[in-house]
Design a protein around this ligand. Structure first.
Ligand code: ADP
Ligand code: MG
Length: 356
């Protein structure tokens, strides 16, 4: 049996053509990505797309149909190799926090430290209590803590034995939005402070953006793209990624040169990313931040609906062609539905796909 060296940091996690399934049917198909030391990765996709299945395969609870999973240079899963979950030095945090109700907070955090010398373990517990902002809570029981505090304890318990990698399956989805907004950056800071490599599973892109250095967007068992939050928002490589991430519309357009595309928004010049030939018929991705309200512009549209977002308005405006697009306006520009407003177009990088 292979045993990974313990208490050393992960250099990299590498998945190569990993397929996982139940009863012969693949639920995750040919998944490949790499997570480097100290990085926080994320599997982002709609419910049922196979995120938890892939996470469980990394933890060693599902066997592989194809491919391999390596930690550093060592294969931990393949069709023939499967390192025991308890020998992988991988920590896990789940949505249902599942602290032990009959153990104190200190005992919960110390749970994975039974093999440590008592004093060292105690020091580690105190250090972690401080790290997650719960100094003084050591003698309390889980039921007397709020949901957010319990989730911090769950995190402390998972990282206590210094795992090489922390896996988190929708750890924030049981918490209300406000609490989540506070907790997510805190947890990111804690993981970074500990230089802990982690992989988060979520269906919530805002959570993915706030937490992860690297996001893998999944749909129906397939990883469509792995990249930084900025890359997957601004440089989506597939139509699914373009429509799943953020708001946007596709406008029919025609390529009119090496750096030019023509659509209802006129001729737009910018970097073309998909290598389409001249005159190719494409769908151009237009995001809300690509079209700004501008009183001085002669290019206009009619407001069909609006949302007040506090810092700004998000309008839906109908162009003369009948196409409807999003438009951003600062929150002082409060216009009525039915009103015609000036628009200025700010598409820098042109994202387009073959016309459907
Ligand atoms: P996600 O975490 O993205 O919501 P899952 O990995 O939980 O998705 O599930 C992916 C697919 O695999 C779903 O269709 C689900 O019904 C199926 N599935 C999950 N767990 C099992 C299981 N133990 N046995 C059979 N099918 C399963
Ligand atoms: Mg899941």
């Amino acid at each position: 049996m292979t045993l990974l060296s313990s208490h050393s940091m992960l250099k990299e996690l590498t998945l190569t053509n990993v397929s996982v399934g139940y009863d012969g049917g693949a639920v995750v198909k040919n998944a490949s990505f790499q997570l480097m030391e100290g990085q926080i990765g994320c599997l982002l996709g709609p419910s049922g797309c196979g995120k938890s299945t892939l996470l469980r395969a990394i933890a060693g609870f599902e066997s592989l149909m194809t491919g391999e999973i390596c930690v550093d240079d060592q294969v931990i899963s393949s069709q023939t190799i499967s390192v025991n979950p308890e020998h992988r030095h991988i920590g896990m945090v789940f949505q249902d926090i599942a602290l032990f109700p009959h153990l104190t907070i200190a005992q919960n955090i110390a749970f994975g430290l039974s093999a440590w010398p008592k004093e060292v373990a105690q020091q580690r517990v105190m250090y972690l209590l401080d790290l997650v902002g719960l100094t003084g809570f050591q003698a309390r029981y889980p039921h007397s803590l709020s949901g957010g505090q319990q989730q911090r304890v769950a995190l402390a318990r998972a990282i206590a034995p210094k795992p090489k990698l922390l896996l988190m399956d929708e750890p924030f989805s049981g918490l209300d939005a406000k609490l989540r907004e506070e907790l997510v950056p805190d947890i990111r800071a804690i993981l970074q402070h500990e230089k802990m490599s982690a992989l988060l599973v979520t269906h919530d892109q805002m959570e993915a953006f706030a937490m992860a250095d690297q996001v893998s967007v999944m749909d129906a068992g397939v990883i469509h793209q792995t990249g930084s939050p900025y890359q997957i928002y601004h440089r989506p490589e597939t139509r699914f990624v373009a429509s799943f991430i953020g708001h946007g519309d596709f406008l029919p357009a025609t390529v009119c040169g090496p750096d030019c595309v023509h659509s209802d928004l006129g001729n737009i010049r910018g970097e073309l990313h998909h290598g389409f030939a001249d005159h190719a018929l494409v769908d151009l991705l237009v995001r809300p931040d690509d079209i700004l309200h501008d009183d001085d512009s002669e290019f206009v549209g009619v407001i069909v609906s609006k949302w007040f977002r506090g810092s700004h308005f998000l309008y839906r405006v109908k162009l003369s062609s009948g196409k409807v697009v999003y438009c951003f306006a600062s929150s002082h520009h409060n216009h009525a539905v039915g009103q015609e407003i000036g628009l200025s177009v700010h598409l820098d990088h042109l994202v387009m796909f073959q016309r459907q």
